[in-house]
Design a protein around this ligand. Structure first.
Ligand code: ADP
Length: 397
């Protein structure tokens, strides 16, 4: 079998053994360096690239076992194949070396043909790993490039989209002159499509940041009702348009959240928005929060809407998943909302799950870390500064 010349490190405390191995290795067309003990070998391994190590076990300073242990602990060295060279009376030590990660062994005096076979197999193993590593790095770089491109494009498109939306609303609401019913309807559709595009861009940008590990979370302590109020304000119009009932229950005495406020609002908005989208006109949505003794706050967003079929439930958090349910498909969507929501919840140390019954309704649960333990007598203060009583209910919209 043809293999490219290998770079081999020979580790042996006996000069004659090193010399014999160096000559055999050279005769087989490979290059080698030698070390007298484990410590010297480790120093060489850390500054030079070797395809394999031929390792004696019993050596002063650092023996073969210790060198193997150090190599396995080092992510840069743990994949370098090691072939142990030992006397055939020392089976126990060879077995221990294999348990410590050595790939193979050779008994001394080393047989020329067996050495050649071991080198060939180790080098093939090494080359395969190098190719896999190169492919992995190339994929990583391509992902990084794609993520940067998406982040840039979504950033560049967001500003003009906002301006288009503002102008189309000015037109729609007659601020730039009277328009007829058909024009109003056309502008309403334009507005809806722009919002859809803006949501898509925002989800894509979030995904690219999260997947490339660049999501910047700003942790703060804040009141649960602050986050709930902000989310409700975002979805209020949609809920009103569908004449749905929304009730929110926040018990008094809840601890603050310790999370990213804007991301928490985004999580709750996504859940409320879906609850409204996938619930019929006149349906009901209920949001509640409770403290659980694991130091987390649990949000519950319940609707009595379309529900999700048993077959579709396992895909809800998949990227781009939209249930094939024709009723649900009447609503616009990208299939990215729940994927992003799950990433945002998990990035903050929380969890998300749901229960759903087809044509009965869906309840999503999200946990996020609480800042402190609950204290009796604490009051939750609403955005308007009013204290909310225990089990207080926000008035239905
Ligand atoms: P979309 O942009 O389509 O709303 P999401 O990622 O937010 O995408 O949700 C994925 C899919 O899960 C939706 O298309 C819908 O089929 C289903 N889904 C999510 N929330 C609900 C809900 N509250 N009730 C019924 N179906 C839901």
């Amino acid at each position: 079998m043809f293999t490219a010349p290998a770079r081999i490190l020979i580790v042996d405390d006996t000069a004659t053994n090193r010399l014999v191995l160096e000559r055999m290795v050279a005769a087989q067309g490979h290059s080698s360096m030698s070390a007298e003990h484990g410590a010297e070998a480790l120093a060489l391994l850390r500054c030079k690239d070797f395809d394999m190590v031929l390792l004696d076990i019993m050596m002063p300073q650092m023996n073969g076992f210790q060198l193997l242990t150090k190599m396995r602990e080092d992510p840069e060295l743990q994949h370098v194949p090691v072939v142990v060279t030992s006397a055939d009376t020392d089976i126990e030590s060879v077995a221990r070396c294999i348990e410590l990660g050595a790939s193979d062994y050779l008994f001394k005096p080393v047989d020329r043909r067996l050495l050649e076979a071991r080198i060939n197999s180790c080098v093939a193993q090494r080359r395969l790993r190098e190719r896999e590593q190169a492919a992995y790095m190339a994929t990583l770089a391509a992902h990084q490039e794609r993520n940067e491109f998406i982040a840039l494009v979504s950033h560049e498109l967001r500003n003009p989209l906002t301006a288009i939306l503002v102008h189309s609303e000015e037109l729609q609401f007659g601020m730039l002159g009277q328009i007829n019913d058909d024009q109003t309807e056309a502008l309403r559709t334009i507005g809806m499509l722009i919002k859809h595009m803006a949501n898509l861009l925002s989800d894509l940008s979030d995904i690219s940041h999260i997947e490339s590990g660049h999501l910047a979370l700003v942790y703060n302590e804040f009141n649960v009702s602050t986050a709930c109020n902000m989310a409700v304000q975002v979805v209020a119009q949609a809920i009103r348009e569908k004449e749905q009932q929304l009730s929110i229950t926040i018990p008094a005495g809840l601890p603050n959240l310790r999370a990213d406020l804007m991301r928490t609002v985004q999580i709750l908005t996504n859940l409320l928005n879906n609850a409204s989208k996938y619930t019929q006109i006149g349906g009901s949505i209920a949001m509640s929060v409770r403290y659980i003794d694991t130091g987390m706050l649990e949000f519950e967003v319940q609707d009595n809407g379309l529900g999700i079929s048993a077959a579709d439930q396992r895909h809800v958090f998949d990227k781009f998943f939209r249930a094939p349910d024709l009723e649900a498909r009447k609503e616009t969507g990208t299939g990215l909302g729940m994927y992003v929501t799950r990433l945002l919840v998990e990035a903050q140390g929380g969890a998300i799950w749901f229960k759903s019954s087809f044509r009965v309704g869906t309840t999503f649960y999200v946990t996020l870390p609480a800042a402190t333990q609950p204290r009796d007598g604490d009051m939750v203060v609403g955005l308007d500064g009013r204290a909310l009583m225990s089990d207080s209910r926000f008035p239905p919209l």
